[in-house]
Design a binder for this molecule. Structure first.
Ligand code: TXA
Ligand code: MG
Length: 323
C-alpha cells in the first residue's frame, strides 16, 4: 500500500507498462488496473477477480482526445463526454478499426467501454502510464465494490503489485454505463451520473439494453453479499442487521448502520458498499434495508440493492455472478 506521491505514481505507472496490476482510487470506487493494450495483463485481471472472461471491462483514459483513438464517437456520445468527462460516466462505443485495446477488454464484443475518471490520482496515473488502463472495480467476483484501499488489500492484496491508497473514494458508487452502439443511447448501469442528468442532455435515454446477453453487468444478483437481503423493510425480524436511511429507524435490529441520517442520497451512495460489507457477517441472520427514494442517486442505489437482494441459485450460475 502506497501513499500516492509523485514517485509512487511513477513507480505504479512503470509497473503497469511492465504488465503488472495496480489498484488505484477513482472518484467512484477503487479499480484493479492493468495495461489495456496488453492481453496478458488483462487476462491477469480476470484471473485475480475470479471473473468470467465474457464480462467486458472499462478502459480508462485521461480524456476525450485519447478515447477517440480507440472508439468511434457519434454526436450524442461527444455531447455526453463534453459534459460529463472527466467524471463518473462510462460510454460503450463501437471499437475503431485500428483500436489497440485488447479484445479481451471487450470480451469479444465489437464495442469498447471508455471512461475518463476525474480523480486526481487516477488522472496522474493515466498520464504517467501513457496507455489506456483496463480496470474493473477492485473486488473479487461476487463481492461489492471497494471504496477504501483496505477493502482492496483484503480481497486482492496478493494479486496486485501496488495499491495506491488515497483514502475513501468520494462517490462510492460505480460509474453510470451508457451504451451508444445502437440507435438511441441506452442506460446499461445506473450510477453516479443520474438518468435525469442524461435525459436532460440527450433527450430520450432507453432503459432497455440493446442486447441483455451483451451486458453481463446487468446480471441480477451481481452485487450480492453472503447474507440474505430484504428491501423496503419497515420492521425488524430476529437477528437481522439494518441499513438505515433517514432520521428514524425501526427498533429491534441486532445492529444498525446509517446510510444517511439526514436522508442525503449522495452521502448514502458513498456509504453503501462499505456498510454492506460491515453488516455482511454470519452473526446476523440477514440485512434489512429501509426504503430509499427512487430519484436522483436513489435510482442507482436501489439498482445495486435489488441486485444484492436478487434470489440466487435458479438460473444464476456461480460463474456468471458478480464482477
Ligand atoms: O466506476 C466504475 O465504473 C469502476 C471504476 C474502477 O472505474 N469500474 C467498474 O468496472 O465498475 P466494472 O468492470 O466492475 O464494471 C463495468 C461495467 C460492467 O457492468 C460491464 O458489463 C459493463 O461495464 N461493460 C463494459 N464493457 C462493456 C461493453 N463493451 N458492452 C456492454 N457493457 C460493458
Ligand atoms: Mg464491478
Amino acid at each position: 500500500m502506497l501513499t500516492p506521491s509523485r514517485e509512487a505514481i511513477s513507480h505504479a505507472a512503470a509497473l503497469l507498462r511492465a504488465g503488472q496490476l495496480v489498484a488505484f482510487p477513482t472518484e467512484t470506487v477503487y479499480g484493479l488496473g492493468g495495461d489495456a493494450t496488453n492481453d496478458r495483463a488483462v487476462a491477469d485481471i480476470f484471473a485475480a477477480k475470479g471473473r468470467p472472461q465474457f464480462n467486458p471491462l472499462i478502459a480508462h483514459v485521461p480524456g476525450l482526445g485519447e478515447a477517440e483513438k480507440f472508439a468511434v464517437f457519434g454526436p450524442l456520445a461527444l455531447r455526453a463526454a463534453a459534459r460529463f468527462w472527466p467524471g463518473p460516466l462510462t460510454l460503450v462505443l463501437p471499437r475503431r478499426y485500428d483500436c489497440s485495446i485488447s479484445l479481451l477488454v471487450s470480451a469479444g464484443l465489437d464495442t469498447v467501454a471508455v471512461r475518463a475518471p476525474a480523480h486526481p490520482v487516477a488522472q496522474a496515473l493515466l498520464r504517467e502510464t501513457g496507455r489506456p488502463i483496463a480496470a474493473p472495480s477492485a473486488n473479487r467476483s461476487g463481492r461489492v465494490s471497494p471504496t477504501t484501499a483496505a477493502h482492496v488489500a483484503e480481497e486482492l492484496g496478493a494479486n496486485v503489485a501496488v495499491i495506491l491508497d488515497d483514502g475513501p473514494t468520494p462517490i462510492g458508487l460505480e460509474s453510470t454505463v451508457l451504451d451508444f452502439s445502437a440507435e438511441a443511447p441506452a442506460l446499461l448501469r445506473p450510477g453516479a451520473i443520474t438518468l435525469e442528468q442524461l435525459t436532460e442532455l440527450l433527450g430520450s435515454v432507453s432503459l432497455t439494453a440493446p442486447n441483455r446477453v451483451m451486458s453481463p453487468g446487468m446480471q441480477a444478483s451481481h452485487y450480492a453479499p453472503a447474507l440474505p437481503m430484504r428491501l423496503a423493510a419497515t420492521e425488524a425480524r430476529p437477528g437481522e442487521a439494518l441499513l438505515a436511511f433517514g432520521p428514524c429507524a425501526p427498533a429491534g435490529f441486532a445492529e444498525v448502520a446509517w446510510l444517511s441520517r439526514a436522508g442525503d442520497l449522495t452521502e448514502a451512495a458513498a456509504n453503501l458498499f462499505a456498510m454492506l460489507r460491515l453488516l455482511d457477517q454470519p452473526r446476523f441472520t440477514g440485512i434489512a434495508v429501509m426504503p430509499i427514494p427512487e430519484h436522483g442517486l436513489g435510482h442507482a442505489i436501489n439498482d445495486r440493492l435489488r441486485r444484492a437482494a436478487a434470489p440466487r441459485g435458479a438460473g444464476d450460475h456461480g460463474a456468471l455472478r458478480g464482477e
